[in-house]
Design a protein around this ligand. Sequence first.
Ligand SMILES: [Zn+2]
Length: 107
Amino acid sequence: MEAQVVGQEKLMIDVKRKKDGMARGLGKVIGYTVGIIGIIISCLLFATIIGIFPGITLFFGSLGIIYLSSGKQQVKCPHCQKRQPVVKGVENFKCSKCQNLTVVNWK
Ligand SMILES: [Zn+2]
């Protein structure tokens, strides 16, 4: 079997920073609201015992929504093309899939 080389290659990418406009601010508020409601509902589902499994899904889904609402932007990894959220203005990020370091050049 042939092994694939997964080196610690460092690449630099240019990312256009998305502006936090009116729509973005509104999206943030909606994101947080939906996320918090989702967490409350998932807690109620946990309490019913039968609802534990959908509750877990809902809980993590809601956390994801809050996470995405907190000023992060989707950036594509230049190594493996995986899209992932990174905090805006961050110097670099390590890909969750290929573990390679990418330097981000914010425009
Ligand atoms: Zn990657």
